[in-house]
Design a protein around this ligand. Structure first.
Ligand SMILES: [Zn+2]
Length: 236
């Protein structure tokens, strides 16, 4: 369904370049890829709710592009909570992330425990990351996730002052803790409507889990969604 809407945008952009036949073939391919949605059915019909897939700690030279490819192939969009220091180091990967239709968000500069550093350091961790992401992608994040989920009222207020809602998670796949692909899939597909799934841009098991997560959610009539600027999970 997401794939269909992405494709619709692509077709709009590419329409002058495509013959009608090519456009029809592309539409048919996309309808085939959409899980059990009837051909021609409204794209939203199969989605009774939305779950946010989130990937922390990137970008990484080894895994960001494979992850983006897997998400695109599954017709899914996800939120990437990137570290500012890595965005500065790999701006091309941050650009690839937004170019692939993903949302990019702030996960601090250097991944500290934010409640254990000074207020001035918290300010810099967040603002330097906003600047790095803006410089790399032209987009300014509206979402922030504290490393380790370590936060307090002051950290949350600083994020809000810098224009970001704080986002934690409802399901931890434990992919940071060496969980198998099976375990990642099982955890992620246990999410309910409105849920936020914690994963990481940093290992192959998480990449391999993508198509099975999207299929498993679709079997529950759930679709990957976007986190809005208030932290709610909504249609992409
Ligand atoms: Zn992290």
């Amino acid at each position: 369904m997401v794939l269909r809407s992405l494709l619709a945008v692509a077709l709009l952009v590419a329409a002058p370049l495509l013959s009608t036949g090519a456009a029809n073939a592309a539409n048919a391919a996309s309808a085939g890829a959409a899980t059990d949605a009837a051909p021609g059915a409204p794209a939203a019909r199969a989605c009774s709710g939305y779950v946010a897939l989130t990937y922390d700690d990137g970008p990484t030279p080894q895994f960001t592009r494979p992850l983006l490819s897997a998400l695109n192939a599954a017709g899914a969009r996800a939120t990437f909570f990137d570290m500012g220091s890595r965005v500065q180091q790999y701006p091309d990967l941050a650009r690839a992330t937004t170019a692939a239709g993903m949302w990019i968000a702030n996960h601090s500069w250097s991944h500290p425990y934010l409640t254990r550093i000074s207020a001035a350091e918290v300010t810099r961790e967040l603002s330097n990351t906003q600047n790095a992401i803006r410089n790399a992608t032209g987009q300014t994040p509206t979402l922030f996730r504290p490393p380790y989920g370590d936060t307090n009222a002051a950290v949350q207020a600083e994020a809000r002052r810098q224009g970001m809602a704080q986002v934690l998670w409802s399901v931890d796949t434990q992919d940071w803790n060496n969980a198998s692909t099976d375990a990642i899939v099982r955890a992620a597909t246990s999410a309910n409507a409105g849920g936020i799934v914690l994963m990481h841009d940093g290992n192959q098991r998480t990449v391999d889990a993508v198509p099975r997560i999207v299929r498993g959610l679709a079997a529950k009539n759930l679709c990957p969604g976007r986190i809005d600027s208030t932290g709610r999970v909504v249609a992409p």
